[in-house]
Design a protein around this ligand. Structure first.
Ligand SMILES: [Zn+2]
Length: 276
């Protein structure tokens, strides 16, 4: 009797240790910014398809993951392919604590502010794709602006904790993303807008989708490897309201498929798993 009780206790302790290691762990290595922009640019662009292939390969080897709970106490999976261009980050899939991409750079595109700050950064592959997309928009007579790209884990923690202090734990989960669940932490997502939206004073609203610029983005982003991550009518799948301004880099192959089939990244990743 005592022996089996002791064994049970040991098992519970081991389990507890495992869970606390998982949630409290995670490296805090910060992303570094590449400075040799132009020399690198060409190589990165030409290497893109090889990179996509390689990263898709990485995905195949990285499907297992573990589970914890978020601010709402919903089951949440910690992804273990955080640097894959196809990584799925949403309200039920989070990045490992402290994850920071290693190849953040400043995309050479227009922003409505001058400061070289964190939210201006993107991962190199997404930054170069964004430069190509903005150049194509320029040629079409559309003036796009970057607004907010990378957001660090530490910054999310600070925002979330401030909200817990101000509004309590329940409300905090509603008004801010639980740390690790913002796609901006991947360095592959950016909020963009147009000159017209900026001069109207509300750059990031659903209205953007109805403008000439918003329509151009919805129709053309896939050609550069981006998708409208939170489309209209897919709220129950993505867990987010329609956000025509939030684009996510997934690579040209996935972006074309998602665009042509009018699906979400959730559905694409799920179908990919099934097909393996
Ligand atoms: Zn966004």
């Amino acid at each position: 009797m005592w022996k089996s009780f002791a064994r049970l206790l040991a098992a519970i302790c081991a389990l507890f240790l495992l869970i606390s290691c998982g949630t409290a762990g995670g490296s805090h290595d910060r992303g570094t910014t590449s400075k040799n922009d132009s020399a690198k640019k060409e190589r990165v662009v030409t290497d893109e398809s090889a990179k996509e292939k390689e990263q898709a390969q990485n995905d195949e080897n990285n499907q297992s993951s573990r589970t914890e709970t978020n601010g709402d106490q919903k089951a949440i999976t910690v992804v273990n392919n955080p640097s894959s261009i196809l990584v799925l980050v949403n309200k039920t899939h989070k990045l490992p604590d402290g994850y920071a991409p290693k190849d953040l750079v400043y995309p050479n595109v227009r922003f409505p502010y001058k400061e070289k700050i964190e939210k201006r950064k993107l991962r190199a592959v997404a930054a170069h794709a964004l430069e190509e997309m903005f150049a194509a928009a320029d040629r079409a007579g559309i003036t796009l602006y970057g607004e907010s790209g990378y957001r660090s884990y530490d910054r999310q923690v600070a925002i979330y904790e401030q909200n817990v202090k101000t509004h309590g734990k329940d409300k905090a989960a509603m008004v801010s993303a639980y740390p690790g669940t913002s796609e901006h932490q991947t360095g592959l997502a950016i909020d963009i807008t147009s000159a017209d939206m900026l001069s109207a004073g509300d750059p990031l609203t659903a209205k953007f989708g109805e403008t000439k610029a918003g329509k151009w983005v919805a129709a053309n982003a896939y050609r550069f490897g981006f998708i409208i991550r939170y489309p209209k009518g897919k709220e129950n799948i993505t867990g987010y309201e329609y956000e025509p301004w939030h684009i996510r880099y997934v690579g040209k192959k996935a972006a074309k498929y998602i665009h042509d089939h009018n699906i979400t990244l959730e559905q694409y990743v799920e179908a990919d798993k099934v097909n393996k």
